[in-house]
Design a protein around this ligand. Structure first.
Ligand SMILES: [Zn+2]
Length: 59
């Protein structure tokens, strides 16, 4: 049996990465005002998110 907690992966915010802030945990996945689909943290989702977005299921 494999322990699942050992294989969990952190989803990071794409927009923060573009702003050189790495390892910001993403909470949402959705479309952005720039027209691309991205994982976003709470702050970026409120700034750049379009529509409702999809809540990322965190582990
Ligand atoms: Zn962010």
């Amino acid at each position: 049996m494999q322990k699942e907690k050992d294989i969990k992966q952190k989803i990071t915010c794409r927009i923060c990465e573009l702003e050189k802030k790495i390892n910001v945990e993403a909470k949402y996945e959705g479309n952005t005002i720039e027209g691309f689909w991205a994982n976003m943290c709470q702050a970026c989702f409120s700034k750049y998110g379009v529509g409702l977005g999809v809540r990322v299921v965190t582990f």
